[in-house]
Structure formats: structure tokens, C-alpha cells
Design a protein around this ligand. Structure first.
Ligand code: NAD
Ligand code: UDP
Length: 314
């Protein structure tokens, strides 16, 4: 296997840190670029002594020129509380970040993968969601800085591909969880586990009947690397996620059971535009990537709980 130099933007975040680890393990040189908005050095500190790992503190909204073979563009806060903290910045990160990374990919002829999202489907009225579905996104709501930013990034990727023959891959990631999520990340899996371990109330937004499909991070990273490795003809967009669907109430009950917690469930108001259901149709990923998720929710949660137990004790 030949060594590649690979750029991971957002490499100090949850998914980025797992991706850096896998790419290093496979014998590549990894350049991790991050502004540490939601990512941490803690997530990547194990790689600092590896001569094949480089860290650049940089914001993707600013241009940069690097010499790499592949780019994984993950830089963007993914948790609603963080991406809504500064919505304008979130749009700039998705849109200007995509323009800067695509411009670089064009100039140095690198292959580039975009971490897109199931949020491009908004609150879907087709279930499960295939890639051919155009979505139901509120363009002016509080989630739009993220959803529309990511939709615009997909459009930019397609246009750089059509006009400039940039080799692109678009991956629509569905809810993913696992170790290295920040304890204050705000997304549902980390919130529930941290609350259960601390004996605090488990905060269900709304009635808990809304659904999500949770993918364990190892499965997701397998899918991401497979997508980058497919022939240049296959560009996506392709859904990558676990089609096993759970209500948020079921998730809360499972977390309480697995942590053996005495925490009580409380119900809080449902945030605006919170999608009612979400489940990927992964037929395309199965066909084109020969990829299917393997980790059951119960097993993935066990791993994640032991990570947070260790973190909270240290
Ligand atoms: P995360 O918040 O843990 O990681 C994002 C990383 O990007 C962080 O390290 C952050 O500091 C960095 N970043 C943010 N803005 C930046 C900027 N302007 N310049 C440079 N770095 C910046 O989130 P994650 O869960 O690891 O998500 C990674 C990517 O995958 C995101 O693009 C997200 O939209 C996408 N995604 C994730 C999920 C999921 O369930 N985890 C689902 C759909 C899509
Ligand atoms: N959620 C919840 N309690 C929390 C955090 C989230 O009930 O403490 C709900 C949230 O309203 C949504 C679902 O869990 O319906 C998933 O939320 P998350 O922020 O993880 O991701 P997204 O909504 O982007 O899928």
C-alpha cells in the first residue's frame, strides 16, 4: 500500500479524531486542521509523538495551501447547540470552508470528500430517506444555518466537479455516536449517558416519540474510508448510517438500563424544527461501497458508556 498524505479538516473533533487514528494506522501521513471550536487537543494527543501526524490550528473560512493527495472535509460544528451559538459562522464554515477546500483540491488535483448530513433531508416526509429525496428543510428556521450551509456545500462540490473535474465524494452522515464525543457536546447520546452516570435528570425534548437511527463511530469511519477508496466515477451523495430506528424515549430507557442509573426522565420543550423521524435507506452504500453497519446500539452504547465513565472519573 502506498503512503498518502491526507488532510482531515475538523480532525480534532469527534469523527475527525477517529478518522485520523484509522488513517495513521493504515500507514498514511495525516495533516489535521482544526480551529478547536468544538474539537479538543485531548482527542488527538496520542498522535503528537507520531512523526506522520501534523497539526495545524487554522480556520477553514480562511484560504490555505497544502500539498496533499486526499482531503476529508469535516470541519463544522455538528451539535445543534454549538452550530446555533453563532449561526453566521456556521454558514461561513460550511460554505467558505467548502470553497477554500475545493479550490485547494482543484489546484493540487486532490480527491476531496465532504462530510454532509442527513439534515439535508430536514423534517422528512419520505421514510426511510433515499438519496433521491430532495428534503423538507425550513430555510429560515434556527437549524437552517447548518442544514442550508451543508446543502450549499453539496451544491459547491457538484459544481466544482462539473466545471473543473474535481474528484469529489459526498457522504450524508446520519446520527453517529461513540467515544471522543465531548461531554458537553449537547447531542442526545452523550447528554443521556453523562446525565445517567452523574445521576442527573435525563432531559427528553418533547414527548420522546421522535426517532433517530444511531450509527457507531467505527462503522461510520469504515464507510467513510470505503467511499474515499471507490472509483472516481462514484461521487455520491451516499447515505451512511445505521437503519435501526429508535425513539428518543427508547434510547433514554436503554441508557438508564446499561448504566444501572437511578436518574429520572424529565420532559422539556421540543426545539423548533426538530425532525420527527430519521432513518437512512442504505441500499446505495450496500451496493456501491459493499458497506453495512455491524455494531448494535446496545454494544456501541456499552463502549461509549465505558469511555464516559473513565472520562468522568479522571
Ligand atoms: P465535532 O463538532 O465533534 O467536530 C467538528 C470539528 O470541526 C471540531 O474539531 C471543530 O473544532 C472543527 N471546526 C469547526 N469549525 C471549524 C472551522 N471554521 N475551521 C476549522 N475547524 C473547525 O462534530 P463531528 O460529530 O465530529 O462532525 C464532523 C463532521 O461530520 C461535521 O462536518 C458534521 O457536520 C458531520 N456530521 C456529523 C454527524 C454526527 O452524527 N456525528 C452527522 C452528520 C454529519
Ligand atoms: N434530544 C433530547 N434530549 C437531549 C438532546 C437531544 O431529547 O438532551 C433530542 C433532540 O430533540 C432530537 C434528538 O434527541 O429529537 C436527537 O438530537 P441531537 O441533537 O443528538 O441530533 P439531531 O437532532 O441533529 O439529530
Amino acid at each position: 500500500m502506498s503512503t498518502k498524505r491526507i488532510l482531515v479538516t475538523g480532525g480534532a473533533g469527534f469523527l475527525g479524531s477517529h478518522l485520523c487514528k484509522r488513517l495513521l494506522k493504515e500507514g498514511n501521513e495525516v495533516v489535521c486542521l482544526d480551529n478547536f471550536f468544538t474539537g479538543t487537543k485531548e482527542n488527538i494527543k496520542d498522535f503528537f509523538c507520531n512523526p506522520f501526524f501534523e497539526l495545524i490550528r487554522h480556520d477553514v473560512t480562511q484560504p490555505i495551501l497544502l500539498e496533499v493527495d486526499e482531503i476529508y472535509n469535516l470541519a463544522c460544528p455538528a451539535s445543534p447547540i454549538h452550530y446555533q451559538y453563532n449561526g453566521i459562522k456556521t454558514i461561513k464554515t460550511s460554505v467558505m470552508g467548502a470553497i477554500n477546500m475545493l479550490g485547494m483540491a482543484k489546484r493540487i488535483k486532490a480527491k476531496i470528500l465532504q462530510a454532509s448530513t442527513s439534515e439535508v433531508y430536514g423534517d422528512p416526509d419520505i421514510h426511510p430517506q433515499p438519496e433521491s429525496y430532495w428534503g423538507n428543510v425550513n430555510p429560515i428556521g434556527i437549524r437552517s444555518c447548518y442544514d442550508e450551509g451543508k446543502r450549499c456545500a453539496e451544491s459547491l462540490f457538484m459544481n466544482y466537479h462539473r466545471q473543473n473535474n474535481v474528484r469529489i465524494k459526498i457522504m450524508r452522515i446520519f446520527n453517529t455516536y461513540g467515544p471522543n464525543m465531548h461531554p458537553q457536546d449537547g447531542r442526545v447520546v452523550s447528554n443521556f449517558i453523562v446525565q445517567a452516570l452523574k445521576g442527573e435528570e435525563i432531559t427528553i425534548y418533547g414527548d420522546g416519540r421522535q426517532t433517530r437511527s444511531f450509527c457507531y463511530v467505527d462503522d461510520l469511519i469504515d464507510g467513510m474510508i470505503k467511499l474515499m477508496g471507490t472509483s472516481d466515477k462514484f461521487i455520491g451523495p451516499v447515505n451512511v448510517g445505521n437503519p435501526s430506528e429508535f425513539t428518543i424515549m427508547q434510547l433514554a430507557e436503554l441508557v438508564i438500563e446499561l448504566t444501572d442509573s437511578k436518574s429520572k426522565i424529565v420532559k422539556l420543550p421540543l426545539p423548533e424544527d426538530d425532525p420527527l423521524q430519521r432513518k437512512p435507506d442504505i441500499t446505495l452504500a450496500q451496493k456501491e461501497l459493499n458497506w453495512t453497519p455491524k455494531v448494535e446500539l446496545r454494544d456501541g452504547l456499552e463502549e461509549t458508556i465505558s469511555y464516559f465513565k473513565h472520562l468522568l472519573n479522571s
